[in-house]
Design a protein around this ligand. Structure first.
Ligand code: C2E
Ligand code: CA
Ligand code: CA
Ligand code: CA
Length: 278
């Protein structure tokens, strides 16, 4: 432990201790975060490629930590999953997003749906479909206006996932496959799962103009979606060139910084006033 005069070892343990205490601090904080109203939802427009109209929004969670500031989801969702806190937090996100959707439609904005990310841990809870039913009843949202974004990891256990997906479809809820192209055996899923939408992962969109390989992936996903009668949406669109490419390939919708980053609900009205078509 005294290699290099000891400085190294000391540094190493301090780092581990810091990491452990940060994790403990986050876990303690996360338990209180919902009741302290520190969990916030940002919304990102989903835009029609052809018309430029906003069709819908995706809800993306943030944690506004009293000391650490705004924490992005990838820094706390894994912990929320590990501790199962994602179950109550995810239910809150779902119900809050549905309520916000109804506020916008009651203001006269015509939106097709609200998209909400569902964690694999949430989806594997035996009462997941009942939780969705409860949120739909409590908020009064039309189930056809609710779109659940699932990743392939959600579907690790197809024996549970497939019946759940059919239950949700029977209720009228929309289902999207998120990050499409980044997982495994995607093609067999496409046949078996009652999906409405494929989302092209931003790792493909962002390099579509530079890499012929990514172009091939993007083209293939779009054409396959069109053939299968699925809606297709590209995420991570940052440049007009990327948008023009998607238009050429007849991709239906896009999301990305080009139109808007995810923003708090208070800023949505202002954003839409600035743009045409609302
Ligand atoms: P995702 O569902 O694939 O969301 C897309 C991510 O790309 C979001 O990051 C969004 O802010 C970001 N993004 C959007 N447009 C652009 C762009 O043009 N360029 C770039 N570079 N990025 C863009 P965010 O909000 O940090 O979320 C990260 C991930 O965290 C999400 O990936 C999703 O897997 C997870 N997540 C977010 N909100 C929730 C939630 O409410 N529940 C669950 N279970 N997971 C969530
Ligand atoms: Ca998503
Ligand atoms: Ca993604
Ligand atoms: Ca993701």
């Amino acid at each position: 432990a005294k290699m290099n005069g000891g400085g190294h070892y000391q540094f190493f343990t301090t780092e581990i201790n810091d990491a452990i205490s940060r994790k403990m601090m986050l876990e303690t904080g996360l338990r209180k975060a919902v009741e302290r109203e520190e969990i916030e939802i940002y919304y990102q427009p989903q835009v029609d490629v052809t018309t430029g109209n906003v069709n819908s929004f995706e809800a993306l969670v943030r944690w506004n930590h009293p000391e650490l500031g705004l924490i992005p989801p990838l820094d706390f969702i894994p912990l929320a999953e590990e501790t199962k806190l994602i179950i109550p937090i995810g239910e809150w996100i779902l119900s809050e997003s549905c309520r916000q959707f109804l506020v916008w439609t009651e203001q006269g904005h015509s939106l097709k749906h609200i998209s909400v990310n569902i964690s694999a841990v949430q989806f594997q809870e035996p009462d997941f479909p009942q939780m969705v039913v409860k949120v739909i009843k409590d908020t009064g949202i039309n189930p056809e206006h609710l779109d659940l974004e699932l990743t392939e990891s959600v579907i690790q256990n197809p024996d549970i996932a497939i019946p759940f997906m059919h239950q949700l479809k029977a209720m009228g809820v929309r289902l999207s496959l998120d990050d499409f192209g980044t997982g495994y055996s995607s093609l067999s899923y496409l046949k078996e799962f009652p999906l409405d939408t494929l989302k092209i992962d931003k790792s493909f969109t962002q390099t579509v103009l530079e890499s012929e390989k990514d172009q091939a992936v993007v083209d293939t996903i779009i054409h396959m979606a069109l053939k299968l009668n699925l809606n297709v949406i590209a995420e991570g669109v940052e440049t007009d060139g990327q948008l023009q490419y998607l238009l050429g390939q007849k991709c239906h919708q896009y999301q990305g910084y080009l139109y808007s980053a995810p923003i708090p609900k208070e800023e949505i009205e202002g954003l839409l006033h600035k743009k045409r078509g609302w």
